[in-house]
Design a protein around this ligand. Structure first.
Ligand code: LMR
Length: 328
């Protein structure tokens, strides 16, 4: 059971929040890497915790560990297979070791907005991807949205040539690396929790991420400005251990799945608002946002879009075509 005070802390606090679980309650650990407020994943995970602990009181108890306090995304899936954590929501760029199906999400300018991502995921192909790692022991339960990605560096980025020769932190995805190489830049995969320090110390020159992550991690404080490219998508898969999930009492599993689905629908519907608030918060905190004209943005499209061809076999041309049909 979680007290109201602890629940309030879960929503606002920056440190690990452990619900006081009662004897006999099944403990469900949920580990993630972002902050908890003004963040689509942070808010959704806190709401999930609140509802599980209220509605499944006596049966189950969820403990959410935000801010990489339990595991970073490089460790969490192994920990899940070992039974040390039961749920997580890594971005779709972080499943490379398990499947290549999510590479479509990292192809630049593939989805024009989150509504298009949502529609693609609702298709049979999109839904089937949740089960692409079952043989490896992981089951996707729901997709959670964040937003489109923007790019920043320690100098102004207006044309794609401005990125040439710079080092950018990327998530550990072959597609995201290829995107940077297309720009003539050097990709440096790195854990999320290390990015601020790496930008500050100059280990990397720049980064790409969504407004909520740029705000939440304060990247804008140690960058010249952020260029509003909307060039990529950052989306999450809520994932669990297949054996653990299948071993649950059917009624417990159903209740948990229903709560998760309701939280998903509620928070995914609000994601545009959270994204816009985070963008505004960057401005309010003195961050510089560079908007591109249609022509300037097209120059980024022209340089990066050839990456699609490199990965068409992994991703499936029919899936690319399906995503493009949704965009138009
Ligand atoms: C990142 O590593 O940049 C993101 O995947 C972090 C997150 O969970 O949003």
């Amino acid at each position: 059971l979680m007290s109201a005070a602890a629940a309030a802390l879960a929503v606002s606090g920056a440190t690990a929040v452990q619900a006081a679980c009662d004897d006999g309650e099944m403990v469900i650990k949920f580990s993630h890497v972002t902050n908890t407020d003004r963040h689509p994943k942070g808010i959704a995970a806190s709401l999930l915790q609140e509802r599980v602990n209220e509605e499944m009181n006596g049966t189950a108890c969820m403990e959410v560990f935000p801010n990489s306090t339990l595991y970073n995304d490089d460790q969490v899936l192994e920990a899940m297979l070992n039974g040390d954590v039961q749920m997580a929501a890594p971005s779709l760029s972080k499943f490379e070791q398990f499947t290549k199906v999510f590479r479509i999400y990292d192809l630049p300018f593939m989805f024009k907005n989150i509504e298009a991502v949502d529609a693609f995921q609702a298709s049979d192909t999109g839904q089937a991807m949740k089960e692409s790692m079952v043989r490896r022991g992981l089951l996707g339960l729901q997709f959670w949205h964040n937003g489109l990605t923007q790019i920043s560096a320690n100098k102004p980025l207006i044309s794609p040539e401005d990125a040439k020769g710079l080092k950018f932190r990327v998530q550990p995805s072959e597609v995201l690396k290829a995107n940077m190489e297309a720009l003539g830049a050097s990709p440096q995969p790195m854990a999320f929790s290390e990015v601020y320090g790496a930008l500050q110390s100059g280990v990397v020159d720049g980064q790409e991420n969504t407004w909520s992550n740029i705000y939440g991690q304060k990247f804008f404080e140690v960058q010249d400005g952020t260029t509003e490219t909307n060039h990529g998508v950052l989306d999450y898969l809520v994932v669990t251990n297949v054996d653990w999930w299948e071993g649950l009492d059917p009624a417990v599993r159903e209740q948990l799945a229903t709560i998760l689905e309701e939280v998903t629908n509620e928070r995914n519907a609000a994601v545009g608002e959270v994204d816009a608030e985070a963008r505004q918060a960057v401005l309010d905190a003195g961050g510089e946002i560079r908007e591109l004209t249609a022509e300037q943005r097209q120059a980024w499209v022209d340089v990066m879009k050839p990456v699609w061809e490199q990965f068409a076999d992994d991703v499936g041309q029919e899936n690319i075509d399906a995503a493009q049909a949704i965009n138009s």
